[in-house]
Design a protein around this ligand. Structure first.
Ligand SMILES: [Zn+2]
Length: 200
């Protein structure tokens, strides 16, 4: 029995999302269809709005609805402490744990020669410029503990080593290959409080 074409299209789109298999996609599609029209429209509108309104913060490259994000414009944050992450979503993981009160810098990826991604494809030049403007006393490298994440941290520590008084890396509480995105608050708290000077 074939699923009607328009329903199949929705299933196919949902199945493209990470962590959503064909079975889950079908379940979600049926649920959307069962909902009343208002709910279905609200979902469609939310997706369109997020694509239309969200942009990268001009300073940290996190998500923002204005030129700067809500972290960068918060005067209570400590600009001397800069935490470098791979993706905008990593900011919310760290924020949820409540362990960090400084500012962020999102690289929008990691160095991965096999995928043709070098420092020039990332927001590394922008990070260098931010650091060179002065005032940063600690740079926390919070890239994931994967091979690419480690290579990226190493590159940044060499590039910025003589420009920042202290460069640290999150402690090894996080399992190798783990993604920041899936790290729980307790582990993240330990990783932050146990952070070590890079290379030691
Ligand atoms: Zn920002």
């Amino acid at each position: 029995v074939n699923i009607p074409a328009s329903l199949e299209r929705l299933v196919a789109e949902l199945a493209r999302l990470p962590g959503v298999g064909r079975k889950t996609a079908q379940r979600l599609a049926f649920a959307i269809l069962r909902n009343d029209t208002t709910r279905a429209h609200a979902l469609a509108q939310a997706i369109e709005e997020v694509k239309a309104r969200i942009r990268f913060c001009e300073q940290c490259f996190g998500y923002a609805e204005d030129t700067r994000c809500t972290v960068c414009t918060d005067g209570r944050r400590d600009p001397a402490s800069l935490c470098v992450v791979e993706q905008p979503g990593d900011i919310y993981v760290i924020e949820r744990s409540g362990v960090f009160r400084g500012l962020y810098h999102v690289l929008l990826g990691v160095i991965s020669p096999l995928d043709g991604v070098g420092p020039d494809q990332l927001k590394v030049r922008e990070l260098l410029a931010r650091v060179e403007r002065g005032g940063v006393t600690e740079l926390i490298l919070a890239t994931n503990p994967s091979m690419q994440g480690e290579a990226t941290a190493l590159h940044l520590s060499r590039l910025l080593g003589d420009k920042v008084p202290r460069i640290t890396r999150l402690a090894r509480g996080m399992p190798v290959g783990a993604n920041l995105e899936f790290t729980d608050d307790v582990t993240l708290n330990q990783a932050f409080s146990g952070r070590q000077t890079f290379g030691s």
